[in-house]
Design a protein around this ligand. Structure first.
Ligand code: ATP
Ligand code: MG
Length: 479
């Protein structure tokens, strides 16, 4: 109650921002959008609405991309038709959402998201004690819809029919100046929806724009508000951020703004581990590289990477302190980390199973004998797990010889594969004999000379265990 009052008063004294009701209309000659970059489906969606007398425009990130000469990855349409009316105009459409009702217009695999102009402040809008908007479904005018969008560059409306661009908040100029500017008072807008702070980081990093000083200034002080945002929405945003193709810049910026703490509480833990920061940045760099060449990124791979240093720490502990076998120790570590982190991060169940597989396969890569190699390369997660191992090896946590062995094994025919396994078996026997005759140091995932993120040796000595005393990795042999 009290905080609501404080927010009201604060809003009353906040600098007044001009309400703009008339857009500047920018002609095709001036904006130079190439109409061939507009998707056929977005065009059809607008046409169907316009034929029935409604207004309909392409809006948001798509217009931004069109102005930058980039093919948009998806198209959003804004209209004065209500969701019910939109549904009636389109062949296949479904109404979704409760907090904000939207219509998904479906064309095979292509979906055009169609939203009705939202009113600026209405009876139907409800806020929580922190000022966060929790529900609103009141429809309004086009200028109101523009004022409610986050950044000026996201409030441009493009009519594919007339090729005119409608600009209420000088977004066109901001695009030219490569500037990200909040519409209205940034502090008020962040309080209404703290996710806008993350969007500022993501969109500016992705486009290489600078965040205008007034828009940036409140972020570090308001970062804590992200804690009030439902975690499912945060996870969505984190995923968007990590897969926007500029994850390295985003992460650096997030940390500079102090936003990462609420988003990824484990990030501080990760980067505080020896080599943890390097591991994280390398993983993000690889993600960006994959996206740059059009490859897919799975959320489970990303979360698997972020959480891995914690798994390794527990894996080692279970093995060395609890005397579990290598596989058992990893399994217990994985379950433990998934249980604690997934709850906090709200990682969906389907991702959890994949993450678990990704981690378990890391131990299986160490076994190049028996039937394991044959079945491992058939595993549906083999490719992802191999990429993950590659990442570990780039930091020296897995011997390069292990990586090349698997590369060779995958490329070989069955005779050669059998010969490779035979050779590995012999080698294992020899090293086993040697190991039995000498005092062994603690098992590591990497040669003793190399540091491992989160894989640093525990201070206490390992309790010897019969099952875990057999060396399985080249690293062990080198240790
Ligand atoms: P991209 O799709 O490239 O990630 P985008 O700007 O299109 O970026 P979307 O999440 O698709 O992002 O949102 C579409 C549009 O909806 C935005 O351009 C913006 O106008 C508006 N919007 C989205 N999220 C918010 C928000 N939190 N507050 C205000 N407006 C928003
Ligand atoms: Mg979009």
């Amino acid at each position: 109650m009290f905080s609501r009052l404080v927010n009201r008063v604060r809003d009353m004294f906040a600098p007044r921002y001009e309400i703009v009701k008339t857009p500047r209309i920018i002609s095709r000659d001036e904006h130079g959008i190439d109409p061939s970059l507009v998707s056929v489906e977005a065009r059809k969606t607008c046409e169907a609405l316009q034929r029935r007398g409604f207004k309909a425009y392409i809006v948001g990130g798509a217009v931004r991309d069109l102005l930058l000469g980039v093919t948009p990855k998806d198209f959003d349409v804004a209209t004065d038709a209500t969701p019910e009316q939109v549904k009636r105009c389109q062949r296949r459409a479904v109404i979704i959402g409760r907090r904000f009702q939207l219509v998904h217009v479906i064309f095979g695999r292509e979906i055009i998201e169609c939203s009705t102009f939202r009113a600026l402040e209405g009876e139907g809008q409800r806020k929580d004690a922190t000022g966060r908007v929790v529900s609103d479904n009141v429809f309004g005018e086009m200028w109101e819809d523009a004022a409610r969008r986050d950044f000026t560059i996201n409030a441009l409306y493009y009519d594919p029919q007339t090729e005119e661009l409608f600009d209420y908040h000088k977004g066109f100029e901001d695009i030219a100046a490569k500037r990200l500017r909040m519409i209205g008072d940034p502090a008020v807008r962040y309080r209404e929806d703290p996710v806008r702070m993350m969007r500022a980081v993501r969109i500016s990093s992705k486009l290489g724009f600078t965040i205008e000083p007034q828009t940036e200034r409140p972020i570090p002080q308001m970062a804590k508000l992200l804690e009030n945002v439902p975690s499912a929405r945060l996870v969505d945003e984190v995923l968007k951020l990590l897969t926007c193709g500029h994850a390295v810049t985003c992460m650096t910026q997030l940390r500079a703004e102090g936003l990462h703490r609420a988003l990824l509480p484990m990030l501080d833990v990760i980067v505080s581990e020896p080599d943890g920061e390097k591991f994280l940045m390398l993983a993000l760099q690889r993600t960006d590289e994959r996206i740059a060449v059009g490859k897919k990124i799975s959320p489970s791979f990303l979360f698997g990477t972020l959480l891995w240093p914690q798994v390794v720490k527990r894996w080692r502990y279970n093995e060395e302190e609890k005397g579990m076998s290598r596989m058992q120790a990893l399994h217990a570590a994985s379950v433990d980390v998934l249980e604690t982190q997934c709850q906090q991060l709200n990682i969906q169940r389907r991702y959890q199973a994949d993450i678990h597989d990704l981690w378990m396969l890391q131990a299986r890569f160490e076994r190049r004998t028996g039937k394991n190699p044959w079945s491992l390369v058939q595993h549906p997660r083999y490719r992802a797990a191999y990429d993950f191992m590659l990442l570990r090896s780039m930091l020296g946590h897995v011997p390069v010889s292990q990586v090349t062995w698997w590369e060779e094994f995958v490329a070989a025919d069955s005779d050669r594969r059998a010969a490779m396994i035979e050779a590995a078996q012999q080698e294992a026997r020899q090293t086993g004999d040697r190991a039995r005759t000498r005092r062994r140091g603690p098992r590591t995932d990497a040669p003793a000379s190399q540091t491992v993120p989160g894989e640093s040796r525990p201070r206490r000595r390992r309790r010897p265990s019969r099952r875990s005393s057999r060396p399985r990795t080249e690293a062990d042999r080198n240790a």
